[in-house]
Design a protein around this ligand. Structure first.
Ligand SMILES: NC(=O)c1ccc[n+]([C@@H]2O[C@H](COP(=O)([O-])OP(=O)(O)OC[C@H]3O[C@@H](n4cnc5c(N)ncnc54)[C@H](O)[C@@H]3O)[C@@H](O)[C@H]2O)c1
Length: 254
């Protein structure tokens, strides 16, 4: 694919799961890839496997190091690192909320701030946000995840509408369940709403590459999410009643 061949690509949170699948696909398509993760040994293992460079650390602060590793410009930034905390009600502690904001939203904001001056000067750049269907809908039992994924989607939308006439392309990936360590860590809520239709990380990479080829903002690896999103907009109370039905099932099973 022309947009990807020889491009300098950074994937955050790519030591496993969806990020590793994205990094593998970009490398297979001829991109020069930086693999980031908080877990240095996992980032290095994925990088070694695909001939990429590992830049470990917090996704919030690695733009300069990634640029240096690529020997120049960053063409595509995949803001993929994310954290999920389940089984919480409104009693989730402040630290959990702060971590969720920091990783799921502010890391995207900080990366964009560092990338945009170069992208606007060159008139090109691509920002890929791994959001979640929870950013369009919600996730039972996971308030900090639901709220911050809405924030990530809002930021991606804002970025797209603000800079699309200046050459910056944005994609928001919104899957439901994907078979990764994050999905494994979910309990009864994951059993109810994620596991039955879970897909593989490679399916997410397929969906992204299709979306890049079609120049599409919203990437839905589970196409049925479009129907749920429509139903939520058309009839909010009916949709909330349906979600409450799932909530009550979750309460009975946890
Ligand atoms: N698995 C799912 O069902 C699912 C569904 C929708 C969206 N997502 C989103 O996909 C993204 C990837 O998740 P995954 O399912 O592959 O989970 P995962 O747990 O396998 O991978 C997430 C990776 O991010 C890393 N990470 C966490 N905080 C970081 C930070 N501050 N800086 C750098 N790296 C950090 C972790 O070490 C981990 O390797 C997340 O944003 C997640 O919210 C996952």
């Amino acid at each position: 694919m022309e947009a990807v061949q020889d491009a300098g690509v950074v994937v955050t949170g790519a030591g496993g799961g969806i990020g590793a699948a994205l990094a593998r696909r970009f490398a297979a398509e001829g991109a020069r890839v930086v693999v980031n993760d908080l877990d240095a040994s996992r980032a290095e293992a994925v990088a070694a496997e695909i001939g990429a460079t590992a830049v470990p650390g917090d996704a919030s602060g690695i733009v300069d190091a990634a640029r240096e590793a690529l020997g120049g410009g960053i063409d595509i930034w995949c803001a993929n690192a994310g954290v999920a905390f389940e089984d919480g009600g409104t009693d989730l502690d402040e630290r959990t909320w702060a971590t969720s904001w920091d990783v799921n939203v502010m890391a995207h904001v900080r990366a964009a701030q560092a990338l945009l001056p170069d992208w606007l000067e060159r008139g090109t750049g691509r920002f890929v946000s791994t959001v979640s269907a929870a950013g369009l809908l919600t996730m039972v039992g996971a308030p900090s995840y639901s709220v911050t994924k809405h924030g990530a989607l809002a930021f991606a939308e804002w970025l797209s509408l603000t800079y699309r006439h200046r050459g910056v392309k944005v994609h928001a990936i919104c899957p439901q369940g994907v078979r990764t360590a994050m999905l494994e860590a979910t309990g009864a809520a994951g059993d109810l709403v994620l596991r039955p239709t879970a897909i593989e990380p490679d399916d997410v990479a397929d969906a992204l590459f299709k979306g890049i080829a079609e120049d599409r903002f919203l990437i839905l690896p589970h196409p049925e999410v479009a129907d749920y999103y429509r139903a939520r907009a058309d009839q909010p109370d009916r949709w909330l009643a349906g979600m409450n039905h799932i909530q009550r099932k979750w309460e009975a099973n946890r």
